[in-house]
Design a protein. Structure first.
Length: 566
């Protein structure tokens, strides 16, 4: 620490590049500071540093970090504590990013991140800082205050726990233990989703994922016929609505909560923090939300289960296009999800292609099957479950023909769900349609594809460019990958991780391994070595990564316009 003070005194008022001298490792009284990267300009990307406190000084209980789901929960708690302390202490000093102290900021989900690492040896935080400057002149005295005084206070206040922290962490451990227990029961009883009674499903706004507070919020209340009670390790048993495997429809009038329920279910693939309102909304981790996506690229996907007999004899068993229609894109998204072994499809009629969802009897009479290349989902959805074991949850407001194929029908009425399965079956029987089944003898084949190395070119000029811009954009070489249709992507740090995962897939693509095999290999490496392993800064400072699912990684690769497969 004294050595760092001397360097900062010596370079005070020098040109900004003098800061490069401070790169290195410094021992403070109760932590180690590692300055991994020093920015070359006050307006450039900020400097990267790590602080590491020995476990002996943190004194965290081993049961908090020796079980994987508890370790993630502890690191998430500490990450949020760092965010609060930085907001309290950090202030701007000088030009550009001068004075900035920042750490990855979690949302409502508990995700595996690289911002905080806790193990039996130490606790480590990965930060970025803007080294103080006036113009491009080093402000050494202010840097000393920032890196020595403020940083020491931050480390102590964020990593050293008080009684309130210990109580909050114990509550967090109870929550994640319960979440894991419910997920285990779901697997044993073949449920694809569980929504606890009392859950708060509506969000604050279209741009905020926090629970709605103001006005009237109706807590979730399960219908008695679908209500289950699950014993959990901590506290009283939890009651709620279980959605079994099969085909489930969510119906009801507009603005009665159909899409809100589906949105909660699609986010239930992740665990949520306390007071989110959806702590006990849990979904099969293999559930994938699919939608229509006009204009997306498709690369040799077998969409023949849904689309066949195209004009000019175009082969749909290896279909490619630079500009997909709504129905074609939705068919491709389903087949790509099946390629990655998804277990449940989540579909909202509002974001689907109408001609992909249904062809009613009148349209069948006018446009006969031999003239229509598209086999609608309604004729494939039962085969998909019976032959492939893939369930579906659909939000529907205008297509009662699905009553014929549904196993369960849940009606939302003023935000309260009712099990109307029997009534829906009676309606279907009473109002029989003359529409003809068009699904053929079976669902069809899922074809695996083999990515080619030459498709993964990250070069941009003489350098390589791999980066994420916000939640929905990846820059890969000269390409931009649009991820806005991947609705279960929830955090920009997941997007950053996906960018570097694509780079790994490109390195390993050898013309022999399928896309699924390559993606599985990436996740096996992460399981073995930690999420850091995908970063180009492995062993130093990969502080802004969060673990995505394999489905979003595959979704990004499938939307990469230079992808080549065989």
């Amino acid at each position: 620490m004294k050595r760092l003070e001397k360097i900062l005194d010596r370079i005070d008022r020098k040109g900004y590049k003098a800061y490069k001298e401070i790169q290195g490792t410094y021992q403070f009284p109760f932590f180690t500071l590692m300055i991994d990267y020093v920015q070359g300009d006050p307006f450039a990307s900020p400097s990267c540093l790590r602080v590491r406190v020995p476990q002996a000084k943190c004194a965290y209980k081993p049961e908090w970090f020796t079980i994987p789901h508890r370790q993630v929960a502890l690191e998430d708690y500490l990450n949020r504590k760092w965010v609060k302390q930085i907001e309290r202490l950090s202030r701007k000093r000088g030009s550009g990013k001068s004075g900035l102290i920042a750490i990855d900021r979690p949302g409502q989900e508990i995700l595996k991140r690289t911002a905080i690492v806790v193990n039996k040896e130490f606790a480590e935080a990965r930060l970025v800082v803007g080294l103080p400057a006036q113009g491009r002149t080093v402000l050494g005295r202010q840097a000393k205050e920032m890196l020595i005084v403020e940083l020491s206070a931050l480390v102590e206040q964020s990593f050293i726990l008080n009684d309130e922290d210990i109580q909050a962490i114990e509550q967090r451990m109870c929550l994640v233990d319960n979440q894991q227990a419910i997920r285990q029961v779901m697997r044993e009883r073949s449920w694809v989703a569980f929504i606890a009674d009392g859950s708060i499903l509506p969000r604050e706004s279209g741009v905020s994922d926090r629970p709605l507070q103001r006005g009237k919020v109706i807590p979730f209340q399960s219908p008695s016929s679908l209500r289950v009670t699950i014993p959990v390790p901590h506290g009283e048993p939890i009651t709620g609505m279980a959605i079994p495997e099969g085909i489930t429809l969510i119906v009801g009038g507009g603005y009665h909560g159909k899409s809100t329920l589906l949105h909660a279910i699609e986010r239930g693939v992740y665990d949520h923090i306390e007071q989110d309102g959806r702590e006990y909304v849990l979904t099969d981790p293999g559930a994938v939300k699919v939608r229509a996506e006009d204009g997306r690229r498709i690369e040799k996907v077998n969409i023949s289960p849904f689309i066949n007999h195209l004009p000019f004899g175009q082969d749909t068993s290896r279909f490619s296009t630079e500009d997909a229609s709504g129905s074609t894109s939705q068919a491709a998204s389903i087949m790509e999800s099946l390629e990655m072994d998804c277990t449940c499809l989540l579909i909202d009629e509002d974001t689907s292609a109408t001609n992909f969802m249904i062809r009613d009897a009148r349209m069948q009479s006018l446009v006969t099957k031999e003239k229509e290349p598209i086999t609608p989902l309604i004729d494939k959805i039962k085969q998909l479950y019976e032959e492939k074991g893939v369930s579906s949850i659909l939000v529907l407001g205008g297509s009662g023909d699905y009553f014929d194929v549904a196993d369960y029908v849940i009606m939302m009425d003023q935000y309260i769900p009712y099990n109307v399965t029997e009534k829906a079956k009676q309606v279907a029987e009473k109002h029989k349609e003359d529409r003809q089944f068009e699904g053929g003898e079976g669902f069809g084949e899922v074809t695996h594809r083999i990515p080619l190395t030459k498709g993964f070119d990250a070069s941009k000029g003489k350098k390589e460019k791999v980066d994420a811009k916000g939640l929905h954009t990846i820059i890969y070489g000269v390409n931009q990958i649009d991820l806005s249709a991947l609705e279960q992507l929830v955090d920009p740090s997941q997007t950053q991780a996906i960018a570097w995962m694509i780079y790994k897939v490109g390195e390993w693509a050898d013309g022999r391994q399928t896309l699924k095999q390559l993606i599985d290999k990436v996740f096996q490496e992460i399981e073995k070595h930690g999420l850091d392993v995908i970063s180009p800064f492995y062993g130093k400072h990969p502080g802004y990564l969060a673990l995505p699912r394999k489905f979003e990684l595959a979704g990004a690769i499938n939307r990469y316009r230079s992808l080549l497969v065989k």
